[in-house]
Design a protein around this ligand. Structure first.
Ligand code: NFS
Length: 666
């Protein structure tokens, strides 16, 4: 029987595996997404289930005006409440990860774990300086303990503000103060979010949404930033590293272990353990040539940024990885792990190993992990994978795809360093390039990939368009995985696809036009870069007003909503692509996020399903910001070495107001 197949992933290797899986009757998220149409009422924010008089669904042509739930809540209250709950959940996820990191740092400081140590004492000292902790004459571990305790205050302080709020430009903070959205502490804002959205509490959409921004700031400048900083201190601050990406990273003759999820502590221990001679010997005793480690989702980004461990991709690749038939064990921690992988793994030989006390899946093997006995757990996991190697069958679909080369590792520290070296590191060159119009602006293309779209496709199309138009792209999360697999994270991409101005800048520094800045919690690095650019001068003196836009073209997670909100509250317009707006049911809520927030914070949220519109909207924000800052108007092709001779028609056009700019003519 001939098999009909509609393109599901923009990644060729992924697509081949999906097609093979369909021919074998294997069901993945792609097929489930086709069968499970989103409920249009919940999708647009009009379904309320915060009490059991409902669920109340406010639908129909007059729903916005006349629709009321049993308690009398209107659609704007309901949409705003639903939205705030998403922000609270996203903030909780990132921040609980941050809390684990802080507890690990504390365990190191108190000498309660032998498995981790401070790898970047310079960064620890920089953090201590921000936190007003004197370091002179102190042992590294004492500083680590004090820093950890200080940061742990950010989780349950009753009043005051986050430790890291002071890293934001003063003007940005003034806006937070004016509108009462400076976050006090993570747990307090999340608890208050749940309280406010409980039946019969906060009903004014604007008021509810201000708390969404406040909660999200506890994520961006709290949980996520804490997570990034401590990971750098314990595992090393990333600097450029070469690696490979694709399903081709799995090896037929070696034990393949995949680390999937978010928290880097266990993954780091596994990185250490797989090169232990006894482990390699053990693998050999089972007939394998060695042990091969690969990553998935944000854990992949963490170990890629610091060790060059290859990535097998983002969110939509997790089932496909198992379908290669080559994964002997996949070790998961928390977040973005599809429960489906356990069921699917039973059709192959793969062992799915859960490790967090917070995350269990029926049918998985559980190996408990904690920071005090990290290596012990890591060894158990790797041994399970090795023991499973002889159970391999030829059942999977191995795709001998090119292993795309890539460069990752652009921490904010390195971005600063690359613009002037150790002694003159600064953001001056980047600010100058933007001021001159060599670089038109910056776009963050971040977040999830999504099985409801040709997965990773919007990421690829948008990035190529932006860099062609001299917009520098920064990326994190599964977007970064998408670019890695597409082979876009190379300096050659600048030569082949970037506009002449951006190309010149990339060549001068030797960087790709798309910078991999890490996992999703590392979006906090982008906040740090934006603050440094504001401090450097010449552009905006706050984060708001910079020619910069955030885009989550294929988002699906509540975490993406939390991230977008902290960028909006910090002054960055954020555009969501892909599916329907989660607040589409309420024009009032949409207007608050689009216009009211923009007036107050210079940041906003937009939801646009059409990628062409995402592109034009982003460029409009960038060009408007340039005009407001009185920067040179961006002219395509004004810079660069490429010269195009004018033909007669072009000469005749000179002086006419309709004359289009010509490539390379200055
Ligand atoms: Ni971000 Fe990372 Fe990926 Fe989306 Fe999930 S892995 S934290 S939420 S799917 S980008």
């Amino acid at each position: 029987m001939e098999h009909k197949h509609k393109i599901k992933s923009a990644n060729e290797a992924a697509e081949k595996i999906i097609e093979w899986g369909e021919s074998q009757g294997l069901i993945t998220c792609f097929e489930r997404a086709e069968k499970m149409k989103p409920c249009p009422i919940g999708e647009s924010g009009a379904c309320c289930k915060v009490c059991h008089m409902g669920p109340c669904r406010l639908v129909g042509p007059n729903a916005e005006q006349d629709g009321r739930g049993v308690c009398g809540a209107n659609v704007s209250t309901i949409a705003a409440r639903n939205f705030l709950r998403m922000v609270a959940a996203g903030t909780a996820a990132h921040s609980d990860h941050g809390r684990s990191m802080a507890l690990t740092l504390l365990a190191v400081g108190e000498g309660k774990t032998k498995d981790f140590e401070v790898k970047d004492p310079e960064k620890l000292n920089r953090m201590a300086a921000i936190l007003d902790i004197p370091v002179d004459g102190k042992e590294v571990n004492d500083i680590a303990r004090e820093v950890a305790l200080k940061l742990l205050e950010d989780f349950n302080r009753i009043d005051g503000e986050l430790n890291y709020a002071k890293r934001a430009p003063q003007k940005t903070r003034d806006r937070w103060k004016k509108w009462g959205i400076g976050a006090r502490s993570i747990d307090r804002e999340v608890v208050e979010a749940m309280h406010r959205t409980n039946m019969g509490v906060d009903h004014d959409p604007d008021h509810i949404l201000l708390h969404a921004l406040k909660t999200s700031l506890a994520d961006g400048w709290g949980g996520s930033m804490i997570s990034t900083d401590i990971s750098d201190v314990l595992f090393g601050t990333p600097k450029p590293v070469q690696a490979k990406a694709s399903f081709g990273i799995f090896k037929e003759d070696e034990v393949n272990v995949v680390v999937h999820g978010h928290e880097p502590t266990l993954a780091e221990s596994i990185v250490d353990v797989v090169s232990e001679p006894e482990m390699i010997e053990y693998a050999k005793s089972k007939g394998a040539k060695g042990i091969n480690l690969g990553g998935m989702c944000c854990t992949a980004n963490e170990v890629l940024m610091r060790h060059g461990i290859p990535t097998s991709g983002g969110f939509t690749n997790q089932e496909l990885g198992i379908m290669t038939g080559l994964v002997d064990a996949i070790s998961v921690d928390v977040q973005c792990i599809m429960p489906a992988i356990v069921e699917l793994s039973k059709k192959f030989h793969t062992k799915v190993i859960t490790t967090s006390e917070k995350a269990a899946t029926q049918g998985a093997v559980h190996v408990p992990f904690d920071e005090h006995h990290a290596k012990e757990s890591a060894r158990k996991i790797v041994r399970i994978a090795i023991d499973n190697f002889p159970n391999r069958t030829k059942k999977g679909k191995y795709v001998e795809s090119d292993k795309s080369p890539l460069i990752a590792g652009f921490s904010h520290e390195y971005i600063e360093y690359m613009q002037g070296g150790k002694w003159r590191a600064s953001f001056r060159p980047l600010n100058d390039a933007i001021m001159a119009g060599r670089v038109r602006g910056i776009v963050g293309l971040v977040g999830c990939d999504n099985p409801r779209l040709p997965a990773t496709g919007y990421f690829k199309t948008l990035a190529l368009e932006f860099i062609k138009q001299d917009v520098l792209v920064v990326t994190t999360g599964c977007g970064a995985n998408a670019y890695a697999a597409a082979g876009f994270l190379t300096p050659e991409t600048a030569r082949e696809h970037a506009g002449p101005g951006l190309q010149e800048v990339c060549e001068a520094i030797g960087i790709p036009p798309i910078l991999h800045m890490g996992s999703c919690v590392d979006n906090s690095r982008i906040l740090t870069v934006a603050s440094a650019m504001a401090a450097e001068g010449g552009l905006s003196d706050e984060i708001g007003g910079m020619p910069a836009v955030g885009i989550a073209p294929e988002w699906m997670s509540e975490k993406a909503i939390a991230i977008a909100c902290y960028f909006a509250a910090s002054g960055v317009p954020v555009i969501f692509g892909g599916g329907q707006s989660p607040v589409a049911a309420s024009k009032e809520v949409t207007n608050i996020m689009t216009n009211v927030w923009y007036e107050r914070f210079m940041g906003c949220l937009r939801f646009e399903q059409d990628p062409e519109k995402v592109l034009s909207l982003a460029l409009e924000y960038i060009d408007n910001a340039r005009a407001n800052l009185k920067l040179k108007k961006y002219e395509p092709g004004r810079f660069g070495t490429e010269r195009v001779l004018m033909d007669m028609a072009a000469r005749r056009d000179i002086g006419k107001s309709s004359a289009k700019p010509h490539l390379g003519i200055q």
